[in-house]
Design a protein around this ligand. Structure first.
Ligand code: AMP
Length: 192
């Protein structure tokens, strides 16, 4: 049973690593970005609302995001553990998640942060923009998303560090190499 978060700047490969961790640990990976993108694609009311913010590289408001996460965490497949990817991104979201977990008498085991240098990330994301045509992957929006990460999400990381459940992994390198580092880090964190 593992309940964990993966946090990292845009382009750090957290989605890719989240899928691999999920397979190896047998827990469901829940990506708020993926849920938003699926809703945008399906043109649901949630998607229409979220798209305005996503295209600008802004955070979708907590009123929308928090409820979505609460609903998702109440589904049955989460009972065996989960890996949240892309949430919480603000300290207010940390408080909200604390409440959800406390209400279910649960707690997080590990918070994994993938680290990478901004310039490397910009290069990677511009490459991804060419391949996938994601509408939030142009340079202005990319830099804005990185700024938001530093301003809003690094304080989230600091909170979990204070609680003693943070483990950091260098996200630069080949995908397999980073997965090995990540799995080692999770193992050590769980043994601690
Ligand atoms: P991601 O795929 O994790 O980079 O997320 C893509 C976009 O979805 C972000 O740039 C935000 O606009 C939105 N998003 C994802 N997760 C959150 C969150 N926890 N809070 C607010 N907005 C989010």
């Amino acid at each position: 049973m593992t309940r964990m978060l993966i946090i990292g700047p845009p382009g750090s490969g957290k989605g890719t690593q989240a899928e691999r961790i999920s397979e190896r640990l047998g827990v469901v990976a829940i990506s708020t970005g993926d849920i938003f993108r699926a809703n945008v694609k399906g043109e649901t009311p949630l998607g229409v609302e979220a798209k305005k913010y996503m295209d600008a590289g802004d955070f979708v408001p907590d009123s929308v995001t928090n409820k979505m996460v609460r609903d998702r965490l109440s589904e049955d497949d989460v009972e065996a553990g989960f890996l949240l990817d892309g949430y919480p991104r603000t300290t207010a979201q940390v408080d909200y998640l604390d409440e959800i977990l406390a209400g279910a008498d649960q707690k997080l085991d590990v918070v994994l942060q993938l680290t990478a240098d901004d310039e490397e990330l910009v290069t990677r994301l511009l490459g991804r923009a060419k391949e996938t045509g994601r509408s939030d992957d142009n340079e202005g929006v990319i830099r804005h998303r990185l700024d938001l990460y530093h301003e809003q999400t690094e304080p989230v990381v600091a909170k979990y560090a204070e609680r003693g459940i943070l483990t950091q992994v260098d996200g630069i390198g080949g995908i397999d190499e980073v997965t090995e580092r990540v799995m080692e880090a999770i193992k050590s964190a769980q043994a601690a």
